[in-house]
Design a protein around this ligand. Structure first.
Ligand code: ATP
Ligand code: MG
Length: 449
């Protein structure tokens, strides 16, 4: 209550005056730099008498000469009005209602300007908890208000493609040039409203190679525990954005530097403090960043498999030491590792099947005699399992020679493959004869998907 009053009187997070309108010569972003679908959307909205801007990440990325990931639009038309302008469009979301406008294979997100903090309290469309956390936020506002409720100055730039102008209320263009990430308004109040902004600060600093302004950085160490109140699914989404940003390695280090990993990556301390785990994590993140940058696929399940591999492996060995047969121990260890992390890392169960397959393929790569390598090649997750093996070998967790063998075996012709096979171990052959033709415990990885 008192904070609201202060913020009303002194500006606070609802501050931000009229925008400075910067012409092309001051920013260099031409209409042609905007995705044709986004241009079509702003034009159509303009034709219907509405204001429409390209906002957020796209303007920021163009300013620092990077290729934008997507082009979001902000407008003064309500979601319903936007929907009426486009035949192929749909209103989605609850906390933030937005409109998806479909354009060929692309989707453009259109958001209505929202009001900043400090609105009348008894407002049905805005629900704020006692301590300032925004629970629901669908109060429409002006362009100025919309700019003030965004997180960082460089994320609050509005590009008008018709006039090739940037509307800048918070000095975002200057900050982009200085490569500074600065929170709009009072940083502490803004983190309390939405603690995820702390993770976003770490993510953008890593991704953009920006320095976090000292005043923006200062409250994070104290407020990090607020992340415990964020729903698991939202934390998971944010974590995946960081991991699949193409800058995961820097992002993970930034998270830890800010003390933000406890709630979201509790295993990070163990991963970074133990040299063996650190080398593996480095290999995994480096590989993921390369893949993302080369526009190859990188899946959340694969990453989770990497993050939990050591825990799973330790549990597996422990169970075997206690006398459990290899495969039963493997399955118990996989469940154990996944369940233990579920509370904090909070990844959806739909990834479990893939994660378990990637893990349970690993011992099968060691079997290089008879028909087994051929069978492994036809496994639907062979590729993911092999990529995982490569990371293990780069991280010192599997012999380089083993990874090289599989690299060669895949591309070899029939005669070469036959020559590569290793002789069956004598003990193994005897055991087999005794057991009959049944599959060995560690061979029969079922399809777990
Ligand atoms: P990226 O290129 O990684 O997508 P982005 O800046 O577009 O970066 P988004 O998460 O897509 O980031 O969000 C789009 C815009 O919405 C941001 O630029 C910012 O202005 C605003 N925004 C998103 N999340 C928040 C938040 N938690 N608090 C305030 N503003 C936010
Ligand atoms: Mg975006």
């Amino acid at each position: 209550m008192i904070r609201r009053l202060i913020s009303k009187v002194f500006g606070g997070s609802s501050g931000g005056g009229k925008p400075t309108i910067l012409p092309l010569a001051r920013h260099g972003i031409r209409r042609e730099h905007i995705h044709p679908c986004a241009l079509k959307v702003t034009r159509t909205l303009n034709d219907h008498g509405y204001a429409a801007f390209v906002v957020g990440g796209a303007v920021r990325d163009l300013l620092i000469e990077r290729e934008p990931k997507d082009f979001d639009i902000a407008t003064d038309a309500t979601p319903e009005e936007v929907r009426q302008c486009f035949r192929r469009s749909r209103i989605i979301g609850r906390r933030f209602q937005i409109v998806h406008v479909y354009c060929g294979a692309d989707t453009i997100e259109v958001t209505t300007f929202r009001a900043s903090q400090g609105e009348p309290e008894a407002d049905e469309d805005r629900v704020t908890a006692e301590d300032g956390l925004i629970l629901r936020d669908n109060v429409f506002g002006s362009q100025t208000e919309d700019a003030a409720r965004r997180d960082f100055t460089v994320n609050a730039l509005y590009y008008d493609p018709e006039n090739e102008e940037i509307w800048d209320s918070h000095g975002g263009v200057a900050d982009a040039k200085k490569r500074v990430l600065r929170m709009i308004g009072d940083p502490e109040a803004r983190y309390r409203e939405d603690p995820v902004r702390m993770l976003r600060a770490a993510r953008f600093a890593a991704k953009l190679e920006f320095r976090i302004d000292p005043a923006t950085r200062a409250p994070i160490a104290k407020l990090a525990p607020l992340l415990e109140r964020i729903p698991a699914a939202r934390l998971f989404d944010e974590m995946i954005k960081l991991l699949l940003s193409g800058h995961a390695e820097r992002g993970i280090h930034q998270l830890r530097a800010e003390g933000l990993h406890h709630g979201i990556f509790p295993m990070l301390d163990a991963l970074l403090d133990d040299p063996a785990r650190k080398a593996f994590l480095h290999a995994a993140l480096h590989d993921t960043d390369e893949r993302v940058r080369n526009e190859q696929s990188a899946s959340p399940a694969f990453l989770i498999a990497c993050l939990l591999w050591f825990d799973m492996n330790a549990a597996w060995h422990k169970l075997q030491d206690r006398g459990e047969p290899a495969q039963a121990a493997l399955f118990a260890a996989m469940d154990q590792a996944l369940e233990q992390q579920r509370d904090t890392l909070a990844f959806p169960r739909r990834f479990d099947g893939t994660i378990k397959e990637i893990w349970s393929l690993q011992p099968r790569f060691e079997q290089r005699s008879g028909a087994r390598p051929y069978r492994l090649l036809t496994h639907p997750r062979f590729r993911a399992g092999y990529d995982f093996l490569l990371i293990r070998s780069k991280g010192g967790d599997a012999p380089q020679e083993l990874a090289d063998w599989w690299t060669r075996f895949q591309d070899a012709n029939e005669a070469e493959r036959a020559a590569m096979l290793q002789p069956a171990k004598t003990g193994e052959a005897k055991r087999r004869r005794r057991r009959g033709p049944k599959k060995r415990a560690d061979e029969g990885t079922p399809n777990l998907a």
